[in-house]
Design a binder for this molecule. Structure first.
Ligand code: SF4
Length: 181
C-alpha cells in the first residue's frame, strides 16, 4: 500500500502544481476582477472528494502534525475545515478549493460548454468575453483526477472503493479529530 501511495501521491502533487500554474496565469489575467481574500468563505461548503485526495491530504496533515481545532458541528453545509472564516488546511486544501473564484468552463448535461464564475469577483464582465484561454478547463483537470483516482483505488486489495465513490470532507475532519483524542 505504501508504494501505491507514494507513486500516486507524487502524481497528485504534480496535478496540483499544474492547476496552481494555470490559476496563477488566470490570476494575472483577471487581476482587476479577483477579489478573493482571507475572510471570504462563500465557497467553503461541505463537499466530497476522491479517495486519492482524501488519503493524500490525510498523509500531509499527519506528516506536518498539523494541529487543528475543527468545527465538526458547523451549521448548515459549511466545510468542517473552516475556522474563523479561514481555511485551516489551506496549503493542503483539495483541488476544487484551488479553483474557487476563477472562471471555470465545463461541459454540461446537454453537451454544451457552460461557464461558472464567481459573482463577487466578476461584477463587471461580459460573459461573452470568457474564452478557453482566460478560463479554467475544469473537465480537463477533473478527468486527470478521475484517472489518477482509478489507478489509486485499484491498489486496495479489498476493493474498498468504486470508481465513483467519494468521501465527504467532513469524514476527513472526523478522522483527524479521532486520531487527536
Ligand atoms: S477545505 Fe478549506 S478552502 Fe476548501 S472548502 Fe474547506 S475551508 Fe474552504
Amino acid at each position: 500500500m505504501k508504494d501505491n501511495e507514494n507513486k500516486h501521491f507524487k502524481k497528485y502533487r504534480k496535478l496540483v502544481n499544474k492547476i496552481e500554474q494555470s490559476t496563477k496565469v488566470l490570476e494575472d489575467i483577471h487581476s482587476k476582477h479577483m477579489m478573493c481574500k482571507n475572510g471570504c468563505d462563500l465557497c467553503c461548503i461541505d463537499f466530497s472528494i476522491f479517495p486519492v485526495e482524501y488519503y493524500f491530504i490525510l498523509n500531509e496533515l499527519e506528516k506536518d502534525e498539523i494541529k487543528l481545532e475543527l468545527e465538526l458541528n458547523q451549521k448548515g453545509n459549511t466545510c468542517a475545515f473552516l475556522k474563523n472564516h479561514s481555511c485551516s488546511i489551506y496549503n493542503h486544501r483539495p483541488i476544487m478549493c484551488r479553483t474557487h473564484g476563477f472562471p471555470l468552463i465545463y461541459v454540461n448535461d446537454e453537451d454544451e460548454n457552460e461557464l461558472s464564475a464567481c459573482e463577487l469577483n466578476f461584477t463587471e464582465f461580459d460573459y461573452e468575453d470568457f474564452t478557453m484561454e482566460n478560463s479554467l478547463p475544469q473537465d480537463k483537470f477533473n478527468s486527470k483526477l478521475f484517472l489518477l483516482n482509478r489507478e489509486f483505488i485499484a491498489g486496495f486489495t479489498d476493493k474498498k472503493y468504486g470508481e465513483m465513490d467519494l468521501i465527504p470532507l467532513k469524514d476527513l475532519a472526523k478522522h483527524i479529530n479521532q486520531k487527536k483524542s
